[in-house]
Design a protein around this ligand. Structure first.
Ligand SMILES: [Zn+2]
Length: 536
C-alpha cells in the first residue's frame, strides 16, 4: 500500500526525455516508484488519464518573500503548477534585520504601501538573519517551497546608512562581506543585484565582481536585474563579464524578449562553459494601481519630494510649481495619456476610459487632467500602460529565443497587498507559466523540453537537490495538468477589474507529498519548506 498513487497520466519527468503513460507512487514526502503500471493500491488515488504529470515548476524570479506573513496560500502559483519559487530578487533582501530595517527598505523603494508598512511593523515577527527568517516563515506556513537570495541593494543600503553614489569604504565593504558570509553559511542561495535601482546601480564592475566572488566561494547564484539604461545587450554583456571574472553561476533576470541579441549573448556565454541561465516574463501589460499607491510612487521617484513624503506630494499637486516638479520626475507622465486608463472609479462615467479621452471631454491638457484626477477627492484604480506594451509584442518570442535551451520563465510576480488586491496588480504575470507553455508549444517546442527548462534546468543551476525531476527518491513536488485547458486569459479577453484572476487547467498539485490542489480545489496543507542551500 502506498500513501498516494497518480494513475494513467502522461509522465514528463523533467529531464527532457520523451514522456510515457504510467503511474507514480508517493510515500511520505518522496516519490517511491514510477512505472508503466503499479499494481498495489494507494490510500489515495488520483486519476490523471488524459493529463500530463510533471515535476512542480520552479519560478526563479519572484518577489514574494514576506507575503506569507499575511497569507501563505500562494494559490496563484499552485494554479500554474509551480511548487518552488526563488525570492529575494532585484537587490531586495530579507536581511539584515531587525525586521523594521527590512520594512523601511521595502517601503522606501515603493514595494510596500504606507498602510502595509504600519501594519507589518506590528504583526511581523522579528528576524535578524536568514536562519531567523526561515524560522519565521516556517512557523507561519507556506504552500510552496522557497529558495531565497540575499539582496545587494538592501545590504549595501543598510551598511552605508543610505543609498550613496560612491563605492563602499574598506570598512563598509568588510561589513557587507561579513553579512553575506553569515547568511550564506546559514543556507541562503546567493545574491541578487538591482542595477537599475538605488543603491545597487551605484556599484561598478569592481564592486559587483567583489561581491560575486564571495558568492562563488559558496557555489551560490548571482542574479541581476540588469542596468537597462546602458542598453539591454550591453547590460547583459556587463553582467556576463561579472560572471566571467568571478566564476559565479549567474541568472539574468527578466530578460526582455525585444532584444534577441541579449539571449544570443547568454547562449554564447553558456557555450564558453559559463554556468548561466536567463529567465523572461512571457507576457506583461500595464500595471494597475490605486491612487494612494500612485502618490507613494511619485514620492519615491522624486528627489525633491522624497523627503517630504506623501503629504508633500499632495501639497505639490495643488500648486503650479509643485505640479512641474511631479511632471519632471515621474516618468508615468510621459506621452499623451492615451495609455493611462481609469479602471475603477466612484464615478462610473470615467471607468474604462483613457486619461486622454477624459481630458478631451473636459477641454484641458492631458497632463493637467492626470494631475487633477490624482488631486481630487475620489478613489481610482489607474491602469498605467494599457493592454499593449511595445516590450511585450503580441507575436511572442523570436525563433532564436524559442530555440535557446537556457531560457526559462520568471514571472516576476510582485507582492501586492493581499488584504487590498486593488492596491497594486499586474495581471499577466499571474499566468506566466501557461502563457509560456502555449506560446512555445505553438512554436513547435515539445512539451518535454518546455517542462525541462522550467524544472530540472533551474533546479540544477541553483543546486536545488532532489527536486525538479520525477524520479525515485526525489521529493514529491508534482503537478497534474490538462494541457488543453492550461491557459491564462489574453490581454484582450481579461477583465482588468479582477485583480485575483488566476490560471486554469491545473488539476492536482502535490508539494512535499501533500496535496495542495485536488481536482481543482485548493487544500492548503502548508507543506512548503524554506529550502537551505546544501552547505558543504
Ligand atoms: Zn527586477
Amino acid at each position: 500500500m502506498h500513501d498516494l498513487i497518480i494513475r494513467g497520466g502522461y509522465i514528463v519527468n523533467g529531464t527532457g526525455e520523451k514522456g510515457f503513460i504510467g503511474d507514480i507512487a508517493v510515500d511520505g514526502d518522496k516519490i517511491s516508484r514510477i512505472d508503466f503500471m503499479i499494481h498495489e493500491k494507494g490510500l489515495k488515488e488520483i486519476d490523471a488519464t488524459g493529463k500530463v504529470v510533471v515535476p512542480g515548476f520552479i519560478d526563479p524570479h519572484v518577489h514574494e518573500e514576506w507575503v506569507c506573513m499575511v497569507d501563505g496560500t500562494y494559490e496563484l502559483f499552485l494554479r500554474q503548477g509551480v511548487t518552488t519559487v526563488v525570492n529575494g530578487n532585484c537587490g531586495h533582501s530579507i536581511v539584515p534585520g531587525p525586521v523594521d530595517n527590512v520594512i523601511e527598505y521595502y517601503y522606501g523603494n515603493g514595494l510596500m504601501s504606507q498602510k502595509q508598512r504600519e501594519k507589518y511593523k506590528k504583526i511581523f515577527p522579528n528576524w535578524d538573519d536568514y536562519a531567523g527568517y526561515k524560522k519565521a516563515v516556517e512557523e507561519k506556513g507556506i504552500n510552496i517551497n522557497f529558495v531565497t537570495l540575499l539582496g545587494h541593494g538592501t545590504i549595501r543600503w543598510s551598511v552605508m546608512g543610505g543609498a550613496f553614489d560612491r563605492p563602499p569604504t574598506p570598512e563598509e565593504a568588510e561589513k557587507i562581506e561579513s553579512i553575506i558570509r553569515h547568511n550564506m553559511k546559514q543556507g541562503a542561495w546567493g545574491i541578487s543585484f538591482g542595477l537599475d535601482y538605488v543603491p545597487s546601480r551605484y556599484a561598478d564592475m569592481e564592486e559587483l565582481v567583489d561581491v560575486a566572488y564571495i558568492i562563488q566561494e559558496y557555489d551560490g547564484v548571482a542574479a541581476a536585474h540588469l542596468r537597462h539604461s546602458i542598453g539591454i545587450k550591453e547590460a547583459t554583456e556587463e553582467f556576463i563579464e561579472v560572471g566571467r571574472r568571478s566564476g559565479v553561476k549567474i541568472q539574468v533576470s527578466h530578460l526582455k524578449a525585444t532584444c534577441p541579441e541579449a539571449f544570443e549573448a547568454v547562449f554564447n556565454a553558456a557555450g564558453e562553459g559559463m554556468r548561466i541561465l536567463a529567465d523572461t516574463i512571457p507576457r506583461s501589460t500595464g500595471h494597475c494601481t490605486s491612487k494612494a499607491r500612485l502618490i507613494q510612487f511619485i514620492m519615491a521617484v522624486s528627489d525633491e519630494l522624497f523627503a517630504e513624503g506623501t503629504e508633500g506630494v499632495k501639497k505639490a499637486l495643488n500648486t503650479k510649481e509643485g505640479r512641474e516638479i511631479i511632471k519632471k520626475d515621474a516618468y508615468i507622465f510621459a506621452g499623451d495619456k492615451s495609455d493611462k486608463y481609469v479602471i475603477l472609479s466612484q464615478d462610473p462615467h470615467l471607468e474604462g476610459r483613457s486619461v486622454k479621452d477624459i481630458a478631451e471631454e473636459r477641454g484641458i491638457d492631458a497632463d493637467e487632467c492626470m494631475l487633477d484626477l490624482i488631486a481630487d477627492d475620489n478613489d481610482y484604480v489607474f491602469w498605467l500602460g494599457g493592454p499593449s506594451r511595445a516590450d511585450f509584442p503580441d507575436s511572442g518570442h523570436a525563433d532564436s529565443i524559442v530555440a535557446n535551451p537556457y531560457v526559462c520563465v520568471g514571472t516576476d510576480e510582485i507582492m501586492g497587498d493581499v488584504e487590498d488586491p486593488y492596491d497594486w496588480y499586474e495581471l499577466q504575470r499571474r499566468g506566466g507559466f501557461p502563457i509560456f507553455m502555449q506560446m512555445y508549444l505553438s512554436k513547435g517546442i515539445p512539451v518535454e523540453e518546455i517542462v525541462r527548462r522550467n524544472t530540472s534546468m533551474v533546479a540544477r543551476h541553483f543546486g536545488i537537490a532532489n527536486r525538479g525531476e520525477l524520479k525515485n527518491g526525489y521529493y514529491a513536488d508534482i503537478s497534474v495538468i490538462d494541457i488543453e485547458k492550461y491557459r491564462f486569459p489574453s490581454p484582450k479577453e481579461i477583465d482588468y477589474k479582477k485583480p485575483l484572476t488566476m490560471a486554469e487547467g491545473v488539476d492536482t498539485v502535490i508539494v512535499n507529498g501533500k496535496i495542495a490542489i485536488e481536482n481543482g480545489q485548493l487544500k492548503s496543507p502548508y507543506s512548503g519548506r524554506v529550502l537551505n542551500r546544501d552547505i558543504k
